[in-house]
Design a protein around this ligand. Sequence first.
Ligand code: NBP
Length: 494
Amino acid sequence: GTADIGLIGLAVMGQNLALNIAEKGFRVSVYNRSSSKTDDTIKRFQLEHSDFLGELEGFYSMESFVRSLKRPRKVVIMVKAGSPVDATISTLEKYLEPGDLIIDGGNEWYENTQRRADALSSKNVLYMGMGVSGGEEGARHGPSLMPGGPLEAWNLVKDILNKIAAQVDDGPCVTYIGPGGSGNYVKMVHNGIEYADMQLIGEVYDILRTISQKNHFEGNLYEIFERWNRGALQSFLIEITSQILQVKEKGNLLVDKILDQSGSKGTGMWTIQEAAKRGIPISTISAALDARYLSSFKDLRVSLSYQLHGVGAKEQNNIISSYGWNDFEFLASELEKALFAAKICCYGQGMALIQKASLDEQWNLDCAEIARIWKGGCIIRARFLDRIKEAYKRQPNLLSLLEDEHFVEDLNNCQLALRRVVSGASLLGIPVPALASALSYYDSFRQEILCSSQLIQAQRDFFGAHTYKRLDKEGVFHSKWSEDGTSIPIHNSS
Ligand code: NBP
């Protein structure tokens, strides 16, 4: 064969990735289970290919597809995650030889990737799991790529991946993530952070919208997001928000007509489960997922909206003036700071989970590089990621982003605004689960003593004799709390 790389699965992501590969000067062979998508891909190639440097050829049998590839063969799979990947591999592997490489580019559960890699290693076929972010646009014009697996597999494809990835000031948005399922893992956490970032922006939008309507604010909300997009909050999600807030239908904003239920596809849930399993608090990401679940209870919300009270209109106006939020510019500047502080907490949570998994699994992940490759191509791309990259460059084993000297300064500058936004929104009855969780995350981490945990330990010892340790003495203790409560040292017999 003569093709540089093959691609199986020509739905939205696969089709666009194939065109991207051909555009950058490679010969790519494509195959899809049902032939119509192969036809579509060939048609698109014929329409778009005039300035492509490479070639694309479609195949209708797995065997001829594999035969068209140069050895060692490199095959990217872009089918639905889970059993479709196993089904694809079981046909594909029949035609592969030792030294060939399979790369699954789907949003796969990282343990599935490790299982498949182990199974294929007995045949000396290499296997990688690669996170691909950036949706359709990213796949077509440059995604952020998170490949994990054996280093020798990375060496086989790095030239291609470096060219097809998004390009930013400090290089292509791809790096060798690490062994095993680490590429899928990092993509999973990326998606968790994405949920939280979107929820935070949504809450800030709700506050802006509610107050602007109450105060008959004349300006356009999109201009605020446009302005934020020129500052520290500069990011793809802020940019598209300002675009969304300009789309009108018959003079009214289209967003106001959208059914208020947000869906999710599973990577957010996996992130929460993983964090719980590893004992890492990611409360803002959790709050964002819960907010999506809660949104689905539309009928219940409609019914409760008539029954459960908030504060009255007059009181709300008093709150707005007492916060100084009649001044819309001032409100916008407080929200900008609050959002920035909350963003540090939410990205910090995601990075802490990555650090913990890296330790547990001995992946030896480079968080500075991970932050760098998220700077372009993906949904959470943002100027802010440069700061995270720098933080991990200064201290690669940072336990928490909150510890980094620059973020300490930012948080100290923004915490009061976050506090005022969370309290003001709460008084106004605007739900801010992600902002509030970020603030509590911040406040919990700055407690030298967590009184709530002291009481919980006492309760656990009271009802379950779970024992407790003391701040002032070594050892393990138990009290008969309902009697005299004397603190009795427990001597461990072992
Ligand atoms: P889908 O996730 O919708 O999958 C459709 C593809 O899977 C089609 O090519 C389909 O073939 C193939 N397929 C299925 Br379904 N069952 C199969 C089976 N048993 N055997 C062989 N092929 C099978 O495609 P997508 O939205 O392009 O996403 C691909 C991957 O990329 C997913 O893991 C997704 O989570 C991930 N991802 C998606 C996005 C996004 O924005 N959409 C972003 C980032 C990552 P057929 O044509 O014959 O039915």
